[in-house]
Ligand binder design. Structure first.
Ligand SMILES: O=C(O)c1cccc(C(=O)CC[C@H]2O[C@@H](n3cnc4c(=O)[nH]cnc43)[C@H](O)[C@@H]2O)c1
Ligand SMILES: [Zn+2]
Length: 359
């Protein structure tokens, strides 16, 4: 598949394309405006409120540095109203990019341990989810993730919040594992994933982002992963690639994130093309977009360049995310239809139509 239009047209095509986002973090999606507002509200924080200083603050030396900075932003979210505002604004940013459906990774442990009441936390995210769906038409679902480096206490708390019928939010669909991988072996989280899966949640741990393919194998065998967050190092193991392709385990690829955290040296060295060549179900995602100076539209543009895709190829990539999502079949069919109609109209009429919906 070769690109027919100039990159600018391709960008416009992607901007208006209906999309699904499967790997994006709640706090990591806080826009510079929200971060600045919260930083100004809490001057004891080391997070700068000036946008230029903030851009500099969001330049990372390595993955550990990224997590330090990430946690300093987590520290700014102190009340249920902060949680609601953040969630609603994240949904608005997604809707502006024509994201019809997103699974947002939320780390409730980080908020409850900082003193936010658990009931109020759940109400805040659910309230924002419902408002976003009604006002923007963007459907949000939650993935609750264990911040692995915080230890088994965080795993216990996360699975409790995810499976207690009095607390578990209606929008919760999956259970994840995030944070650093080095020194945080995946198998220790098996009992917590077993409980989450028994309660009907899907398994979507991060694996192979900063460690080798064995971490991906562990996620598959011990945590019964149905999709893998990143999975970058799977490219080093041909048997693993075969397994992922055969079992249709989707990878949630986040190219710019991998460069920003220095997990991969350059975009041209990113294994995305090898994944596609190996027949994997590849999805494109933004991870922590403002922190990495990106958004989902840009991630698709990066992927289109790396894979040399035309509009039809880009639309196929967008459909991969819908197929790999935990949306019901009718919901999937609706978005796929929208993608097909948009693409057909674009190809028939050229880049001037249709106009994207902007909230
Ligand atoms: O909240 C705490 O107090 C706490 C204490 C110790 C460790 C942690 C974490 O490790 C939090 C990590 C946090 O990072 C999120 N995240 C965002 N982007 C990524 C990514 O690309 N790869 C892995 N994790 C990521 C994740 O959701 C964790 O919650 C917290
Ligand atoms: Zn992530």
């Amino acid at each position: 598949m070769t690109a027919q239009h100039a990159p600018r047209d391709r960008h416009a095509f992607i901007a208006g394309l209906p999309k699904a986002e499967l790997h994006v973090h709640h706090v990591g999606s806080a826009s510079p405006r929200i971060v600045s507002e919260l930083a100004a509200r809490h001057p004891d924080s080391k997070v700068p409120s000036d946008p230029e200083a903030l851009a500099e603050y969001f330049t990372f030396t390595d993955f550990a540095h990224f997590i330090d900075v990430y946690l300093s932003v987590v520290d700014l979210i102190r009340t249920p109203e902060d949680v609601r505002l953040l969630t609603y604004e994240v949904a608005r940013d997604l809707a502006r990019q024509q994201v019809r459906y997103a699974e947002l990774t939320v780390t409730p442990f980080s908020s409850t341990r900082r003193g936010i009441d658990e009931r109020a936390f759940m109400d805040a995210i659910e309230d924002a989810r419902k408002a976003a769906e009604a006002e923007f038409g963007t459907v949000l679902r939650w993935c609750f993730d264990i911040p692995g480096e915080a230890g088994l206490e965080s795993a216990e708390e996360t699975v409790r919040l995810a499976t207690d019928d009095r607390l578990r939010p209606e929008g919760l669909v999956s259970f994840g594992l995030g944070g650093p991988e080095i020194g945080v072996p995946r198998p220790q989280f098996k009992p917590y994933f077993d409980r989450a899966l028994a309660a009907g949640l899907h398994s979507v741990p991060h694996a192979g982002e900063t460690t080798g393919p064995q971490t991906v194998w562990d996620a598959l065998h011990e945590l019964r992963a149905e999709r893998i967050g990143h999975g970058t190092s799977a490219a080093q193991d041909p048997r693993l690639l075969e397994y992922l392709a055969e079992h249709r385990i989707a990878l949630e690829v986040c190219p710019t994130s991998n460069i920003a955290t220095r997990a991969v040296r350059t975009l041209d060295e990113h294994p995305l093309k090898e994944f596609v060549r190996a027949g994997l179900l590849v999805t494109i995602n933004s991870d922590d977009p403002p922190m990495f100076g990106t958004d989902l539209t840009n991630e698709y543009a990066v992927a289109a360049r790396l894979l040399d895709l035309d509009e039809r190829g880009i639309a196929e990539l967008a459909k991969n995310a819908v197929h790999a999502s935990f949306l019901d079949e009718a919901g999937k069919a609706r978005i796929v239809e929208e993608i097909d109609a948009y693409t057909a109209q674009w190809l028939a009429a050229g880049p001037q139509v249709p106009g994207p919906r902007t909230p």
